[in-house]
Write a protein that binds this ligand. Structure first.
Ligand SMILES: O=P(O)(O)O[C@H]1O[C@H](CO)[C@@H](O)[C@H]1O
Ligand SMILES: [Mn+2]
Ligand SMILES: [Mn+2]
Length: 412
């Protein structure tokens, strides 16, 4: 009897997107460039990791073949075992290279419209918006008002924020309005309330997410963001496979930020944790607790937040190796009728210029008892993943994407 498990390695792109040029990302390849750096000894860090990238378990599923199919290049220094899983890559059709677009498309809903974005000017936010934020939230003003990296801007403006009580408001190439504030001096609940006010104010601008970015610490040298981040997303504009699962009385267990990404629509349970390893524990627990017709949808955020955006190649490589080392624990829990798919929502090449996401294809690899090793080729939309989950769970077809279930489950 069927269950489905979908693990998203946030930002683990494999290059090759045919429209990368339009994003200024032609040549970006998160996996390829990490592997190449590691093979050259440029992803070494004392006490963390050394040498070529070691991902034996994902490679056994067919990760190298998936990467080759995506970009035409074999990642350097990695083995190329005969795949035991199914493997391929998927192209994104949504207009944005952001987390909600990627996840919604995986769940069967490509995002055909443009989100609102803030320009790369200072100030970045429209004056009327800032005036409304200050007035409605009764603030002494705001700091930032620009494109920024979240860790850099709290180091730069954190002390002034503590002194003045003005929150630090910033954005990126994503459709986001982010607000950093000190958990104790400004107050966590007050930050969440501020985000809800801003959420309402940016709705007419079609901004994908307002994100609370609380931090702690005594001075610029030791300010640190906490795990109390909260995302206020717009709900999916049409039903996704998650709606179809819950309407059929299946459960959707969202691990990590999945609930927030779908604005909690058709999410039966939320299981949060800090850090990829704790998230992996939660995902394993969710697998154990799930029943026929259920989906465990897990997001592993560290790849993106801690390493991709920070352009930390060694950190990203170590995080991949740590994830890979735990994969056998998930595989050991698979029962007849189970389908496990590993994929990503966009790229964030840690060797690329700037600190933003990169437009890339994503890997689609996986396995399940009785499922055939098979080449999936390049899927024209991430929605093929959601359609495959739907077909596997015996649900009706959606409006986007094509299931590849018949390729991996010949009896289907
Ligand atoms: O630099 P930080 O604050 O981590 O921001 C990153 O996180 C945001 C949401 O995922 C992205 O838009 C990106 O800019
Ligand atoms: Mn993401
Ligand atoms: Mn990101």
């Amino acid at each position: 009897m069927p269950r489905a498990f979908l693990f998203v390695l946030d930002s683990f792109g494999v290059g090759g997107a045919s429209d990368a040029e339009q994003f200024g990302d032609a040549g970006a390849n998160t996996f390829g460039h990490i592997a190449a750096a590691a093979a050259r000894g440029q992803a070494d860090r004392d006490g963390l990791r050394q040498g070529p990238l070691r991902l034996p378990n994902m490679l056994k599923l067919g990760l190298a073949e998936a990467a080759f199919a995506a970009s035409g290049q074999m990642p350097a220094g990695v083995e190329r075992p005969i795949p035991e899983g199914f493997f391929g890559a998927a192209e994104e059709v949504s207009k944005g290279k952001d987390t909600p677009s990627g996840h919604w498309e995986i769940a069967g809903l490509p995002v055909p419209f443009d989100w609102g974005y803030f320009p790369e000017t200072v100030p970045t936010f429209p004056a009327e918006l800032t005036e409304a934020v200050i007035r409605e939230a009764k603030l002494p003003g705001i700091l930032g008002d620009c494109h920024a990296s979240g860790t850099e801007i709290i180091a730069k403006l954190g002390e002034e924020h503590v002194r003045t009580g003005k929150p630090i408001c910033y954005t990126s190439a994503d459709s986001v309005y982010q607000i950093a504030a000190h958990e104790e001096h400004f107050g966590l609940e007050r930050l969440y309330e501020l985000c809800q006010i801003v959420r309402r104010l940016v709705d007419p601008l079609n901004i994908g997410r307002v994100i609370a970015r609380p931090f702690v610490g005594a001075s610029a040298a030791d300010f640190e963001r906490t795990t109390n981040r909260r995302d206020y997303a717009v709900p999916p504009t049409e039903p996704t496979v998650l709606d179809r699962i819950t309407e059929a009385d299946g459960k959707v267990i969202g691990v990590g930020k999945i609930g927030d990404i779908f604005a909690h629509r058709a999410i039966s349970e939320v299981r949060k944790a800090a850090g990829n390893m704790a998230l992996f524990d939660k995902a394993l627990g969710a697998i154990e607790d799930s029943r026929d017709g259920d989906l465990v949808f897990a997001n592993f955020v560290d790849f993106d937040t801690l390493f991709g955006h920070r352009r930390d190649v060694a950190g990203y490589a170590a995080a991949l190796e740590a994830f890979d080392a735990r994969l056998p624990e998930a595989l050991a829990r698979l029962q007849p009728g189970d389908l496990l798919i590993l994929t990503a929502d966009h790229g964030c090449d840690p060797t690329w210029r700037g600190t933003d996401h990169t437009r890339e294809r994503v890997p689609v690899i996986g396995t399940g008892p009785g499922l055939a090793p098979a080449a999936l080729g390049i899927r024209p939309t991430f929605a093929d993943i959601g359609e495959t989950v739907a077909a596997h769970l015996g649900l009706a077809r959606g409006h986007h994407g094509t299931s590849f279930l018949d390729t991996i489950r010949p009896d289907a």
